[in-house]
Design a protein. Structure first.
Ligand code: PLP
Length: 229
């Protein structure tokens, strides 16, 4: 039930020492739980549902950095466009275009991460390598979105080797995109090298593995807030 303050303190300290950003995933949890971590200094929070995010944002301090980590529908972008700090789950050009449009309306640039499908489950959202390449080719026209990096979720499995391989794969894509003059995949990017900063991978069950494999942003829910119903 209660926020796990001890876990928060030790995890936060460990992540700070490794320069990994902690996004506290507060979906389904009350604003009072978020306030507890806020009062301890936490500022990055992640939510999955637009309506829930909008409600919580209204009730909580204005300096919280809200991460949208769920699957975002295009017709909902405008509801979070004024304040969202980072959208993690962008998995189509059409969504990117809509985010760009709503960001322009609000005179801002919205930072986003492209979501890669790295898990075995068909159900998980995300781009494959070819779709990633297509989107990257088309970026220059979009002046109000800033692609900051990649996000991915590993398979739901007990097999650590599988999870590790999936994280390694995502890291390899991230590294290739980060390099200005790589051949083939990036031929179109050589004039637009992207300053990528963020590799969002790792959740409560696999964040240590993710960090070993190069993650610099983890999304932790149940470890901090307890299990969800
Ligand atoms: C719910 C969720 C998390 C947090 O999951 P935990 O296992 O509770 O840490 C992280 N990322 C995404 C995309 C989520 O939907």
């Amino acid at each position: 039930m209660a926020v796990n303050i001890k876990a928060y303190q030790s995890i936060k300290k460990e992540l700070d020492s490794k320069k990994v950003v902690l996004v506290a995933v507060s979906k389904t949890k009350p604003v009072s739980d978020i306030q507890v971590l806020y009062d301890m200094g936490q500022r990055d929070f992640g939510e999955n549902y637009v309506q829930e995010l909008v409600e919580k944002q209204k009730q909580l301090p204005g300096d919280i950095r809200w991460h949208f980590i769920g699957h975002l529908q295009r017709n909902k972008v405008k509801e979070i466009a004024t304040f969202v700090h980072l959208i993690h789950g962008v998995d189509s050009r059409r969504l990117l275009v809509e985010i760009n449009k709503q960001a322009a309306r609000n005179n801002r640039t919205i930072p986003v991460l492209l979501q890669l499908h790295i898990a075995r489950e068909e159900t998980k959202f995300g781009l494959d390598e070819n779709e990633l390449e297509e989107i990257m080719k088309d970026l220059p026209g979009l002046n109000n979105v800033a692609v900051k990096g990649l996000m991915g979720m590993a398979s739901l499995t007990e097999d650590r080797q599988i999870i590790r391989k999936e994280f390694q794969y995502l890291k390899s894509l991230y590294d290739r995109l980060s390099l200005p003059a790589e051949p083939v995949l990036h031929s179109s990017l050589t004039t637009h090298p992207l300053p990528l900063t963020t590799l969002s991978m790792g959740m409560s069950n696999d964040y240590l593995l993710a960090i070993e494999e190069g993650s610099n942003m983890v999304r932790l829910g149940s470890l901090l807030f307890g299990a969800r119903n």
